[in-house]
Design a binder for this molecule. Structure first.
Ligand code: GLA
Length: 731
């Protein structure tokens, strides 16, 4: 049972295998938050939920016998609003037609359903009828006719709770939504740390952990994308919590656009933790009879540190977020021509890469940017999605047929959401891009963003991409998006709705993606945004993998892939071996190091395959066959992070099969150390009594020895790696 209703239907207890989440209705009207943490029995609410007030607190009136005195500013609230004496950050901020912002929400009732629904038009976690239960609690501001539904889906086995919110205007006048959090949780104790995943282009999802202070700590994106700069993931954790121990509470938004998340520690050290849509770039007018669905926030609690939290996310996203054929099927080893040729290629060159790829054991060749319109650099042709006949005289089909004949599948890069000012599309439809009438149309990478808040633009996009996919044997699409929004206005919306554009854009994009991926179920889609600028659960719902970063330097990638694994599974990360010296950092590293880092991801090559020496080709063939052997283990195994690049000079992680009979281990040392202390890595997550054979060395170890004593990592020099595929030989 995932949902227990107790004490005359006033206590709601959500239970997963290891978590309890408890709410209670107080004084017949206030929905209070009681507890989120390790699974417990239903407690006596009266001693857990302290509500009284202090000086300067606005008190709620006592309306009936038995009501307790209560100040909203002290009450741990489940979905707080402002204007009525709670001075903390509200989860919902609305403006009524009379200009008032006060929005008291009182409890109305609840409903339980088997399984799990999805917010209209948005990506979502999915689950079968016997895999989840959903509780919908309704609250209302009766005077104005505003109805708010708090939706909680409990995935008991997956150990996760998914929250979202639906708002309905049953009043007679429009309501303006300024801010809609998908989840907000109040804790009694604020002495916690916060962990987030900030970054930049080429440096995505680094780990930052800070002690919470009084007042607000806020993260978010107003770039029109979830962004390189801040991922829509946030955790609060006990200061003593680490990779393996302690309580961690986290949220991840299933959304790819603007978001905000944060914490507030208030006067009594209580902590509010929230995530959702909002900030300066959002507002939404809800007309009478209309509803608004907020994106889902996935909530994961772990009492065994960050490592267990990550594994819960990984399993959940692999089974309940990513869809389609490639959820379960092995992803092909690919070669991408971007860092091999950039814009400088023709049919002959691409076919020669395909020939070489096939000989090496690569399964898919991806033709990146520059194949369309008259594109020779990044200054033109986005939107003109027909072959550049100078480079591809036989068109896309002519090239794709030759690639397939060479023995590899054919994949293609597209940047469908964009338009170049120098394009036939822009000349025909100058109002199809985001812009503010009369102002300069600000460009980034010489391009403008198509206005996907418009239905006609989305319809055109669906048919265009559908047309390309039907025109040639295309097995894979890299769906790129290379700029953030500016002048985010739409020619089709009235003045008062212009702030709806970023969210309407996301709804348009999601409709396009749903339609295209449904029409082309056999195509593998990889999302990309200048690398990992839209690495979020929203995109993963449509596309099972994301290009993790434009930075392909293996040392930099250790940080990026380690940070990304905090919330996302390795099966979501694209990782390629590129040239040395690396094109972004200039660093020289061995082919081995580059291969070993990329194997912890969807493996591929992004360099001139024709430039390999015979010796290198041999090594590459070996890398590919090794990857094919461990591919399913890396993709589906439980990941244990053993040593963090953010803490020192070494990195180690491992992937363990469900039955714990097999695992793959990878260790990296970044800089050489002279006269260094013994470097020993203790493994995790395996069976103490099993004897494992390290295939590459022929040595055997018992699980308890590997976990308690560990393996000595004996390497010399900069940028070194050791990997091992271990298999059970006996108990
Ligand atoms: C983005 C992508 C790269 C490449 C280029 C092509 O930067 O992240 O991998 O596809 O675009 O222009």
């Amino acid at each position: 049972m995932g949902i227990l209703i107790e004490e005359n239907e006033t206590v709601f207890h959500l239970q997963t295998e290891r978590t309890s989440y408890i709410m209670a209705v107080k004084n017949g009207k206030h929905l209070a938050h009681v507890y989120w943490g390790k699974r417990i029995h239903t407690p006596d609410i009266s001693h857990v939920l302290l509500m009284g007030g202090t000086c300067f607190d606005v008190m709620e009136p006592i309306e009936r016998d038995g009501d307790e005195s209560c100040s909203l500013n002290n009450l741990r609230q489940e979905y707080p609003t402002g204007g009525d004496g709670d001075y903390r950050v509200p989860a919902l901020d609305v403006e009524y037609a009379d200009g008032s912002r006060s929005c008291p929400l009182y409890y109305c009732g609840y409903r339980i359903t088997e399984g799990k629904g999805k917010p209209e038009g948005l990506p979502a976690i999915y689950a079968g009828e016997n895999e989840a239960q959903t509780l919908e609690i309704s609250l209302s501001d009766e005077m104005k006719g505003l109805q708010v539904y708090l939706i909680y889906s409990v995935l008991e086995k997956a150990d996760a709770i998914v929250r979202s919110v639906r708002i309905e205007n049953h009043g007679k006048e429009p309501v303006r939504l300024h801010k809609v959090m998908s989840a907000s949780v109040d804790f009694e104790q604020g002495g916690m740390d916060m962990l987030c995943l900030p970054g930049a282009w080429g440096r995505e999802r680094h780990i930052e952990r800070v002690r919470l202070h009084h007042g607000e700590c806020r993260i978010g994106s107003s770039r029109g994308a979830s962004s390189h700069q801040m991922n829509p993931f946030l955790a609060v954790m006990e200061p003593c919590a680490d990779e393996c121990h302690g309580n961690v509470y986290s949220m991840n938004l299933v959304y790819s656009g603007n978001f905000m998340a944060g914490t507030e520690v208030e006067q009594l050290n209580q902590l509010r933790f929230y995530m959702g849509l909002g900030d300066d770039s959002f507002s939404w007018i809800l007309d009478p009879s209309e509803g608004f669905a907020a994106p889902e926030a996935v909530m994961v609690f772990s009492d065994r540190g960050l490592g267990e939290m990550s594994r819960i996310y990984h399993r959940l996203y692999r089974r309940h977020l990513v869809r389609g054929r490639y959820r379960d099927e092995a992803r092909p080893v690919l070669a991408n021509n971007w860092e091999a040729t950039y814009f400088d290629f023709d049919e002959e060159k691409i076919v020669s890469l395909a020939d070489e790829a096939a000989g090496l054991g690569i399964e898919l060749l991806v033709l990146d940017d520059g194949w369309f319109g008259k594109r020779e650099d990044d200054r033109s042709s986005l939107g003109d999605w027909y072959a550049n006949t100078k480079k591809l005289p036989n068109g896309l089909k002519g090239l794709a047929d030759k690639v397939v004949n060479a023995g590899v599948k054919f994949g293609l890069w597209l940047e469908p959401e964009m338009v170049s000012a120098d394009s036939d599309l822009y000349r025909a439809h100058p109002d199809w891009c985001l812009h503010v009438e009369g102002r300069r149309r600000s460009e980034c990478r010489n391009q403008l963003t198509l206005d996907l808040s418009r239905k006609d633009v989305c319809d055109w996009l669906i048919e265009t991409v559908h047309g390309i996919l039907g025109s040639a044997p295309i097995s894979y699409i890299k769906w790129d998006m290379n700029r953030h929004m500016s002048n985010a206005g739409s020619a089709q919306l009235p003045a008062e709705r212009q702030k709806e554009v970023p969210h309407r854009y996301m709804l348009g994009l999601y409709r396009v993606l749903e339609e295209i991926t449904t029409r082309h179920p056999d195509v593998l889609f990889e999302s990309c945004s200048g690398g990992g600028g839209r690495f979020d659960p929203g995109m993963l719902h449509y596309m099972p993998q994301t290009w993790t970063s434009d930075d392909t330097d293996p040392v930099e990638r250790l940080f990026i892939q380690y940070g990304t694994s905090i919330a996302y599974p390795v099966s979501a990360m694209g990782a390629h071996v590129s040239a040395s010296p690396n094109h972004q950092s200039g660093r020289e590293t061995s082919l081995k190091m580059r291969g070993d880092v990329a194997m912890s991801g969807n493996f591929g090559y992004e360099l001139d395959l024709n430039a390999f020496t015979e010796e290198e080709k041999k090594e590459v063939r070996e890398q590919i066959s090794k990857y094919k052997e461990i591919r399913s283990l890396v993709m589906n195994g439980d990941m244990y992070r053993l040593s963090s690049p953010f803490d020192g000079n070494t990195v180690a992680w491992m992937y363990v099969s469900r039955e714990q009979t097999e695992f793959f281990f990878a260790f990296f040392r970044i800089q050489a150390e002279v006269n260094a202390p013994v470097s020993r890595v203790r493994l995790q997550g395996i069976q103490p009594d099993i004897i494992y054979l390290w295939e590459e060395t022929g040595s055997c170890y018992r699980g308890d020895e590997l976990m308690e004593i560990g393996l000595v990592m004996d390497v010399a020099g900069d940028y070194q790696s050791i990997t091992g595929h271990f298999k059970k030989i006996r108990e």
